[in-house]
Design a protein around this ligand. Structure first.
Ligand SMILES: Cc1cc2nc3c(=O)[nH]c(=O)nc-3n(C[C@H](O)[C@H](O)[C@H](O)COP(=O)(O)O)c2cc1C
Length: 181
């Protein structure tokens, strides 16, 4: 469904360190559940979000490459940790560290997806912002959407290879906790 474009304000908003933002989706990424913390920070009523595609809160600074990676991993049945910059209904933004997993029925079949998000540390936000900006530039310099994803992925893969880490391990390595170690 077409939605009116929301302009980013550049203003960051915050949620509490002991809060968990939760949402669940169906197999196509349409929202089937959002907890009160999700609704409060994003500024939506429950009826605004249920049944909507999860890109409802996508921020334009987020590289397409990251979401392509996310979906590839989820479709392969894997869990993903990722820093995500999300946009509220008014165009403000908030950073999260998301843990996204497939949900399975008793027979093991994937029935949808689930994301739990917590407040990321500031060092991680700074480090990941720089990386995402670099990936966005590579995406934008590409002649088309397919090439954009290829260019973004090449950059991400090079970074992971240089660090010798999987995507999830790389995400953890960006936190202040690991940088200090
Ligand atoms: C469980 C789950 C949670 C998601 N959470 C977010 C989110 O918080 N923010 C976001 O921008 N995309 C989220 N996505 C990814 C969206 O489905 C989508 O891929 C992304 O917003 C890019 O959308 P677009 O390619 O249509 O622009 C989530 C997907 C799943 C399966």
């Amino acid at each position: 469904m077409a939605r009116p474009a929301i302009q980013p304000t550049g203003r960051e908003v915050h949620f509490a360190p002991d809060d968990v933002i939760v949402s669940k989706t169906d197999l196509a990424g349409r929202i089937t559940y959002a907890n009160d913390v999700f609704l409060a920070i994003a500024g939506y009523a429950e009826e605004d979000v249920l049944g909507e595609a999860h890109n409802l809160i996508r921020h334009p600074d987020m590289p397409r490459t990251v979401f392509a990676f996310l979906w590839e991993a989820l479709k392969a049945g894997e869990e993903v940790f990722a820093y995500v910059k999300n946009m509220t209904k008014t165009g403000d933004h908030y950073w999260v560290l998301a843990h996204v997993t497939p949900s399975r029925d008793a027979a093991g079949a994937v029935t949808g997806y689930h994301s739990n998000r917590r407040v990321p540390d500031r060092g991680a936000v700074e480090r990941v912002s720089a990386l995402y900006a670099e990936i966005r530039r590579a995406e934008q310099a590409a002649p088309g959407p397919r090439e954009a994803l290829q260019a973004g992925r090449a950059l991400l893969d090079a970074r992971l290879a240089a660090a010798g880490l999987s995507f999830n391990a790389f995400v953890f390595s960006l936190s202040d906790l690991h940088q200090a170690a």
